[in-house]
Design a protein around this ligand. Structure first.
Ligand SMILES: [Fe+2]
Length: 452
């Protein structure tokens, strides 16, 4: 097994306090069946730790001692990056100081009371810069606790999820254990790690959690989240998706989007069927009423279809930007056989801008509706206690509405970025659009909330 999250370096944070203590932790891990450990000291943490030694020195010291005493145990450098408001500046200074084994994977933690939108924002910032964030101990955050839909939405945005082995084995209570088990059984977890700090408590143990996982979801899934994904991170490879089916208990994040695209797909299918039937009817009974059918028309249609399909294939390839050499030709057939150009950056941006504006408009409509309901409740409900409960319910609805809007917008921006990158366009517009969205959303929210 591989432990991806462990505060085993001596005298650098609130983990091990000495080299001897670190070696005791190594011994515990070794006897538990762990053969590879990523040392992940806290970085950029707001707490003032007693020890603040050099991470590089501590890593060198412990590595050579481990090599001497446990030759088949391997230690890798890493960090647990605390997300603060200025974390990007910190990360930009020395990005690979904060990633795992110099890969693109970065283990991150938030304040336990961080808001969902601030988490989304930070995650997006990391993804835009090419990092793959791994959210440490997902079970500790108030905004995510027992909220599988939100966790799924973060995963959809591109984050990987880590849970703590001691929470899975029930060392910290039944409630958190049940939650962690539910995440594992739904395939939402990518890593189980110890997050060990000492040899006496929060120890580097994984075996009991592994056995429990095998009993819960089988050997393959246990291997995936205790070994294979960790190996992929160390090698800067690709994570393996869970083989467990997504249950109906978790709604896809962008259910509305899925419904929208499903609707569009059905319409396109209907149009395609209608078009095919029309061509077949025209071939069989003649294009014009009363005119005889010729075999020639069928051949022409086949040629046309073939040309269109060639064009489509070339359009999909991002590097097939054609020049304008064919633009002067007067031969219509020749012109139509030229490959189509890639969509312009402006055209792509416009599509997503429209999508964002639709989301913003919908957000504003819903916000206005809820605010009216609050006003009505204040005027019509006589009983003060009942009025308070109803109004609180509506205010919660606004929070959920904001979350939903964020989810849709972040997904759209994520897709925009992928599309721009596919055509090798500059992606700075993504951040600009995100900032603009937040600015407008805050402005609208303030405007409506001021009315109540
Ligand atoms: Fe940690």
């Amino acid at each position: 097994m591989i432990d991806l999250h462990c505060h085993i370096l001596p005298q650098v944070d609130d983990g091990s306090e000495s080299l001897e203590e670190s070696m005791k932790m190594i011994d515990i891990a070794y006897n538990d069946g762990i053969r590879q450990i990523v040392a992940t000291p806290h970085r950029n943490h707001p707490l003032d730790f007693k020890y603040k030694g050099s991470t590089e020195e501590a890593f060198g010291l412990l590595s050579s001692e481990v090599k001497r005493q446990y030759p088949d145990m391997q230690l890798y450098p890493g960090a647990e990056l605390f997300i603060t408001k200025d974390f990007i500046d910190v990360l930009n200074r020395k990005p690979y100081d904060f990633t795992i084994n110099n890969s693109r994977y970065v283990l991150i933690e938030f304040d336990v009371s961080a808001s969902f939108s601030s988490m989304q924002e930070a995650i997006h910032e990391l993804i835009v810069r090419g990092f793959i964030p791994i959210l440490a101990h997902v079970e500790y955050y108030e905004a995510l606790f027992e909220n599988l839909q939100r966790i799924q939405s973060l995963k959809d945005e591109g984050i990987a999820i880590q849970v703590t082995s001691s929470n899975l084995t029930g060392k910290n209570g039944k409630k958190i254990q049940t939650f962690v088990k539910s995440l594992i059984s739904k395939g939402l977890v990518d890593f189980v790690s110890s997050d060990a700090h000492k040899s006496t408590f929060r120890r580097p143990l994984l075996k009991d959690a592994f056995d429990l996982t095998v009993g819960c979801v089988g050997e393959d899934e246990a291997q995936r989240i205790f070994y294979k994904n960790q190996q992929a991170v160390i090698e800067n490879g690709f994570l393996i998706k869970s083989g467990l089916k997504r249950t109906s208990g978790i709604r896809p994040v962008n259910q509305r989007l899925y419904k929208y695209f499903a609707g569009v797909a059905v319409i396109m299918l209907a149009v395609a069927i209608f078009f095919t039937a029309s061509v077949w009817m025209r071939d069989r009974y003649g294009g014009e009423q009363g005119q005889p059918t010729t075999t020639g028309s069928s051949e022409i249609n086949q040629e046309t279809t073939s040309t269109l399909s060639e064009e489509s294939t070339e359009t999909i390839e991002p590097t097939s930007v054609s020049g304008t050499t064919s633009a002067n030709t007067t031969d219509q057939t020749q012109a139509s056989s030229e490959p189509m150009t890639s969509p312009s950056k402006e055209a792509i941006e416009e599509i997503y801008m429209d999508r964002l504006l639709t989301y913003q408009q919908e957000y504003e409509n819903q916000l206005g509706r809820i605010v009216s309901l609050i006003k009505d409740a204040r005027e019509t409900i006589q009983d003060a206690e009942e009025r308070k409960i109803v109004v609180e319910g509506y205010l919660n609805e606004i929070i959920n509405l904001e979350d939903q809007a964020d989810i849709l917008v972040y997904q759209a921006l994520y897709e925009l970025q992928n599309e721009l990158e596919a055509y090798r366009y500059d992606v700075s517009i993504v951040q600009e659009m995100r900032d603009e969205y937040h600015r407008i959303k805050e402005e609208k929210t303030e405007f409506y909330l001021n009315q109540i």
